[in-house]
Design a protein. Sequence first.
Length: 259
Amino acid sequence: MELDGKIALVTGGGSGLGAAAARAMAQAGAHVVLIGRTTAQMDEVAASIRDAGGKALTLKADISDEAQMKAAFERIGTEYGRLDIVFANAGINGVWAPIDELTYDEWNETQRINLGGTFLTAHLSVPLMKQHGGSFIITSSINGTRTFTLPGASAYSTSKAGQVAFGQMLAIELAQYRIRVNIICPGAIKTEIGDNTTQRNNERALVPAIFPRGKVPLTNGKPGTAEQVADLVVFLGSDRSSHISGTPIWIDGAQSLLI
């Protein structure tokens, strides 16, 4: 119960990495707050946490909508008065297309949700974290940080690279409040994020065939699991990571070293 009594917020908590992390942190003793756009999915996760003896609160909000996020954080402030762990996980893959076909609106939508949503989560979390310190964790990706071979994923990869820079800036700014900021960079993980991916004429943006394609050496090509990422989130949220901040952590079974 190494997170006993801590208040943990998870954005995108209804599925994938967010759901796995929420369950893992609740199992470790945290009171978990889930924020997301799909109430039914979050309620299912929250119910599973409560059935296992944990505590969970669900709040519906689009992470890139300032008014909705302010309302959600007002509820968190009223309910708990603090935050100890924030997992800024929600995001989209968006549209993957050749740069001359990708529209400006499609580009902006990816940045609005992935970067804008991460900004709003930090902007509204920090006032609730300053007094006691804590851990702010961002979900980035190996794409845009260590690999650049996904055809047509220029908007997505740029948003992921931006999250690393944002997290490292925050690590310096927030150190005075004992708030640690770290960025996890998953590789191939089995989640539902592909459901919000639109791919269009990606064959035009393929990398040359001379480059090796992404495999996962540690697991003989099999993707990782959301639960493996959740274990990392629990570690980064716990006092065992008390001297780690401003650090991108690739969790990909060495996949990105091949690309």
